[in-house]
Design a binder for this molecule. Sequence first.
Ligand SMILES: Cc1ncc(COP(=O)(O)O)c(C=O)c1O
Length: 176
Amino acid sequence: MYKRDDTVAIHGHEYFDPISGAFIVPIYQSAIFKHMDEEGRLRSTDRGTDLKYSREENPTVRALEKLLTKLDSGEDALCFCSGMAAISTTLIGLLDKGDKVLITKEAYGTTIELVEDLRKYSIEVEMVYPDTEKILESITKDVKVVFLETMTNPTLKVIDIKEVAKACLDEGVLLL
Ligand SMILES: Cc1ncc(COP(=O)(O)O)c(C=O)c1O
């Protein structure tokens, strides 16, 4: 509906409260919600889950997810309260026994620890030097997920995300 990114960033959340008329998203601090409506039906969210507990779904977070989806022209989004929550949920959700994840040697330390831990669930981990050419050489069909950070920390290497994304698309590999 909105064309300009700055307008989407302000209005793209789709939040509207028909009772108060509020169209700016309030910060819902509620942990729990009454999850039946007046007719005794589950109060379903637009994702089809029943709204009952903020850790699962919260109207403020949902508004942010919708806004980010639009800014990124994506299908949907999930927001988390920490970086490691997002990274671990995504990796654990995508990887199965026997899958392979490719990660640069200079990724965030706790992320490296997490993927090292995934080895005990029979997930193969390949650590590659953080250099675009080296990463491209390692992107093959047997890789399920490439996990990339740029700029890298601590040596500030800049990876060509566009090139890596193109290679991932060609090989059917997911890029995080
Ligand atoms: C690159 C990177 N990934 C992940 C994290 C973890 O984020 P959080 O501390 O919010 O779990 C950080 C935190 O500094 C980070 O810099």
